[in-house]
Design a protein around this ligand. Sequence first.
Ligand code: C5P
Length: 242
Amino acid sequence: MARRRQLYEGKAKILFEGPEPGTLVQYFKDDATAGNGAKKGIITGKGVLNNRISEHLMLRLHEIGVPTHFVRRLNMREQLIREVEIIPLEVVVRNVAAGSLSKRLGIPEGTRLPRSILEYYYKNDSLNDPMVAEEHITAFGWASTADMDDIVALALRINDFLTGLFLGVGITLVDFKLEFGRLWENEDMRLVLADEISPDNCRLWDAKTSEKMDKDRFRRDMGRVEEAYQEVARRLGILPEA
Ligand code: C5P
């Protein structure tokens, strides 16, 4: 197959021009980074697993009416997506204290939060993705108040659905990061879920033992990273039983 034109290379994915106008091909790499690139490594097979896991979760979300950029998986490492105008925000949803929330506010990891908390980070590598408030987002025009209403509603809906889906396979959805994009169809604009949902951008703990099954195993040098991603895929029913 003719090599496609590369449009963008990120830390874990590459975007290529798609076969039709308005489409892109999203390629999942095995590269892993943490701390905005401060720590680098390879998790063998991660790209293949994240491609499958993200496909599965985007399809389940589509079934309940959440609009996404996902079209179809093309092969082991690539999926076809709709081209969207990415909103420069990382939307983090938290159900249980962990990571930067625990560090910043001194809430012990594992504390169940009284309600789900949404946080926003401005996507800017040179600024280290600083946390911002809705005030900054609307003042600087990264998203409108109407966009933010949609983002909040979608993020909470996605959280409720994925929390249940993961709990059904014995996994606690501790927190995760979402990205949204604007999809233009003629004059109409819709916000859609973009990027990926995988153990790279979710904290997933075994519901019984609280064992970490996500990228924290890489960030914290805990080992058995690939095995953890594989176990998530297996529990979701998208890998054949060993
Ligand atoms: O590090 P922190 O606790 O803020 O991360 C919250 C959630 O967002 C985690 O699930 C993490 O995997 C995800 N995240 C991400 N990309 C970032 C920062 C956080 O996927 N740049």
